[in-house]
Design a protein around this ligand. Structure first.
Ligand code: UDP
Ligand code: MG
Length: 310
């Protein structure tokens, strides 16, 4: 029998933990052709979350709990879950029931049809502030403008992935995994799955601006070295400006266009020119640092999906 693993990260979710477990279990029990496990990661909550989870796990051995020593963040929690799953299909879902567990059977169907990554795409988002909607939109636009990997917008971490995708991700030594980027980067047969994002069941968002910015910068920096190249562009622009100033200053000097105080020309040219030279040198260095950075991530150079006649 095939097994479904569900990963649920939780941080201060005492108000939703029980309900989340109930709704997930109700959906999974209906899938009589599969066995399942629910792996819940307590990301260092200091409220009653862990206590509630321990209680649930003591009654239901399909529930496995991992508890972090402190808060390491949503991405780290999901990464830990991925390392501990034993299923053939793995589902990542938020605890707050914004991603309805009732969609799981449809996702499994798509998986059975041969799709390897089924990522849930938000058609609508209920009950989210205009600020969150705008910042999310902006984030995906900037990310895709900068990154070489196409990262689908309006897509969070809610998705179903095949075992082999999880093995691939688990074998990547890079830290600070920006999962939705990596899932897109690995390839395989991917298919979007549209849904309406619900309101949070209870409690508040655990993604304050600070964490959103961290996620955004992880996303951009781990998928792009373009910010480094910006330095080069700035250097180039200042050198061009310095040449223009030089021409202007020389013309004013020889043609007596206007009254310049002595020394202005040489100072201006020196300042802009050397600033340009410095920025260009930094850019050259950043190109090397960018390469080193790419290497240290140790991403595989390729991923083999299948081998035939070997
Ligand atoms: N979460 C986590 N660690 C954190 C922040 C959030 O494990 O440091 C979990 C949280 O419990 C929830 C999921 O990540 O299950 C998504 O968080 P949330 O719903 O607060 O984010 P939002 O939907 O507002 O973007
Ligand atoms: Mg949420």
């Amino acid at each position: 029998m095939k097994k479904i693993s569900v990963i649920v990260p939780m941080y201060y979710e005492e108000k939703v933990a029980e309900e989340c477990y109930k709704r997930l279990t109700a959906c999974l029990q209906k899938l009589t052709d599969y066995t399942y496990e629910i792996i819940i990661i307590d990301d260092g909550s200091k409220d009653k979350t862990l206590e509630i989870l321990e209680n649930i796990a003591s009654k239901d051995d399909k529930v496995k709990v991992i508890s972090f020593s402190r808060n390491f963040g949503h991405q780290a929690a999901v990464t830990a879950g991925l390392k501990h799953v034993s299923g053939d299909a793995i589902i990542i879902i938020d605890a707050d029931l914004q991603d309805p567990p009732e969609l799981i059977p449809q996702m499994i169907q798509l998986w059975e049809q041969g799709n390897e990554i089924i990522y849930a795409k938000r058609k609508k988002r209920k009950g989210e502030s205009p600020f969150k909607l705008l910042s999310a939109k902006l984030f995906y636009q900037i990310l895709n403008a900068l990154s070489d990997t196409e990262i689908p917008k309006d897509t969070g971490d809610f998705r179903l992935v095949d075992r082999k995708v999880v093995d691939t991700i688990n074998n990547m030594p890079e830290h600070n995994k920006f999962l939705r980027g990596l899932f897109s980067w690995v390839g395989y047969k991917q298919i979007p799955f549209e849904y309406e994002r619900e309101e949070r069941f209870a409690g508040k968002t655990k993604y304050p601006l600070r964490k959103m910015l961290k996620l955004a910068s992880d996303g951009i920096i781990s998928f792009s070295t373009k910010p480094l190249k910006l330095v080069g562009l700035l250097g180039f622009i200042s050198i061009v400006i310095s040449i223009l100033i030089l021409i202007y200053a020389l013309l004013s000097y020889f043609l007596k266009l206007n009254q310049l105080s002595a020394g202005w020309t040489s100072l201006m040219v020196a300042i802009t020119f050397f600033a340009g030279v410095q920025l260009l040198s930094i850019w050259i260095m950043s190109e090397y640092i960018g390469r080193i950075y790419d290497e240290t991530k140790q991403r595989p150079q390729f991923i083999i999906n299948k081998k035939i006649n070997f």
